[in-house]
Write a protein that binds this ligand. Sequence first.
Ligand code: PXP
Length: 243
Amino acid sequence: MRLGVNIDHVATIRNARGGTHPDPVRAARQAAESGADGITAHLREDRRHITDEDIDRLMAEIELPLNLEMAATEEMLEIALRHKPHAVCLVPEKREERTTEGGLDVAAGHNHIAPFVSRLSDAGCRVSLFIEADPVQIAVAEAMGAAVVELHTGAYSEAALRGDDEAVAGHMELLRAGAREAHRRGLEVHAGHGLTYDTVKPVAAIPELAELNIGHFLIGEAIFRGLREAVTTMRGLIAEARA
Ligand code: PXP
């Protein structure tokens, strides 16, 4: 199983003061040295964390594949087509939200989203759709020609934080069934959002999953233990869950 480390919140801390420290590219380098398989960065419309220059530098200076998360807008499409990152993950984006609150509704947004999938795929990017673990969303993702779906683990993570065991079991069942269904349809299956040391293992144990993308918790944990140790520990938990 691959681990993509999302470095957005290194940029959040940098931007709190402006300037260049802490540098998300340095974080990407450390994540790579600590066993990350990819770097994930979300270029938001309002540039609240990652900036255009960060994307330029991640593409130029980091050898690991970049997974560029972005909204399906013409501005972002132009940036992605200029850089042609290894992967592009299309996500819903609302200016007022604190984080990506739910999956992209690819069923309702089909006519808008489908051309983004084909233009990015034609440019050689692996296109991923960040969706809820819902059979209709998965079927539409396949029909659009996406290579990958990333299942949103936010609701599971929140239920786990609340200690709501019944909800945790329900969300885990949806994630397991969603991963099976996406895999059956020939999609590569990823997952992420809100995962921590305490919540990663049941998700990592889903056999059809090929990649997890984890950011906020790792960057927060890095304050206490350093990024290398945070990433290495997460890798170890994922390996235990797979074994
Ligand atoms: N995957 C996707 C598609 C995301 O948008 C995010 C958050 O930017 C993550 C994974 C990582 O979520 P978190 O930062 O909560 O670990």
